[in-house]
Design a protein around this ligand. Structure first.
Ligand code: F6R
Length: 234
């Protein structure tokens, strides 16, 4: 893993943007995208740039089961607001949280990923080491699947809802196997609350207990940290 430590998430966003732009300049056409607070500064930099996505494809990592695309906490809504309204792609795929048929949704999304191999995947990192919604213990061979969220993730995401009871209990997520097929991965993690997960991801053993540790086995990963998230690295 190529580890870059910057001062804060503002600088991290700029650095993330540079990596994104370098991939774009080299001909990347399919971008895997994440939601959450982490990639926002990178998306802001993309929005402020002159990059054109009108011939490009985006594929998001995950979506809550049960939330409509226009629900303010859905990941569809997040992507529209932070990126797609300002930088439209030719094709933007996000799992359909309203598809109650999980088998159908998993097959549909796996086909999308197979048809559009991801050139650059952006990832955030959960405090428990999750990537996408691949929680500790997830089988790394899984493709897109339906996930029951852990209590830790529900509590971490409750800040976006009126209270923890409103956080959906299930999500559709790309699997670790799907993520590992991406040609290049850019993981960003900011804030001291990520420091334990960052240390385990980079310095710990590769283990299902810390899903991001599988990235040690991927040959093209850049990790951008701020001083807080890097604070426990040796
Ligand atoms: C979001 C996602 C999650 C987040 C992670 C960190 O699409 O897949 O894995 O990246 O939960 O969330 P934030 O960035 O809000 O700290």
């Amino acid at each position: 893993m190529n580890v870059i430590v910057v001062k804060d998430r503002q600088e991290g966003g700029q650095r993330g943007y540079q990596i994104f732009q370098a991939a774009y300049d080299k001909g990347a056409t399919v971008f895997g995208l994440a939601t959450g607070s982490t990639p926002v500064t990178t998306y802001d930099a993309i929005v402020a740039s002159d990059l054109d996505f009108s011939q490009m494809t985006s594929i998001n990592l995950d979506e809550y089961v049960g939330l409509a695309p226009d629900h303010e906490q859905s990941y569809h809504y997040f992507m529209q607001h932070h990126l797609f309204n300002k930088k439209p792609f030719a094709h933007s795929y996000v799992p359909n949280g309203l598809n109650a048929d999980a088998e159908d949704e998993m097959a549909r999304y796996n086909q999308i990923i197979a048809d559009n191999p991801i050139d650059l995947q952006i990832l955030g990192l959960g405090q428990n080491g999750h990537i996408g919604f691949n929680e500790p213990g997830t089988d790394p061979k899984l493709g897109t699947h339906k996930v029951e969220l852990t209590e830790s993730t529900i509590q971490a995401n409750a800040r976006f809802f009126d209270n923890a009871d409103e956080v959906p209990r299930y999500a559709y997520s790309m699997g670790i196997a799907s993520i590992m097929k991406s040609h290049q991965i850019l993981l960003e993690a900011f804030g001291e609350e990520k420091a334990d997960a960052v240390k385990a991801m980079i310095e710990g053993p590769v283990t299902p207990d810390l899903p991001a540790s599988y990235l040690q086995d991927h040959g093209n990963v850049t990790v951008i940290l701020d001083e807080g998230s890097a604070s426990k690295l040796s």
